[in-house]
Design a protein around this ligand. Sequence first.
Ligand code: SF4
Ligand code: SF4
Length: 68
Amino acid sequence: MARIIVDEVHCKGCGLCVTACPKGVLALDDENITPKGYHPAKLVEPDGCIGCSSCFLTCPDVAITVVK
Ligand code: SF4
Ligand code: SF4
């Protein structure tokens, strides 16, 4: 099963990865705030991640690592 790691120092909560995920398993985490004051991306349905790397490729800040 694949999963992602979000670098909360670099994530700016833009949501591009949320839109790019073909499985719809990402969301911005309203309950968490990064050191820069943003709601970071979060894998909300871990079992649904297929490791496609679309989020990684879309993130302008290279804040996502896909682990397979
Ligand atoms: S690797 Fe693919 S399926 Fe997994 S969170 Fe990223 S875009 Fe979604
Ligand atoms: S695309 Fe990158 S910066 Fe934007 S919300 Fe996703 S992880 Fe954060």
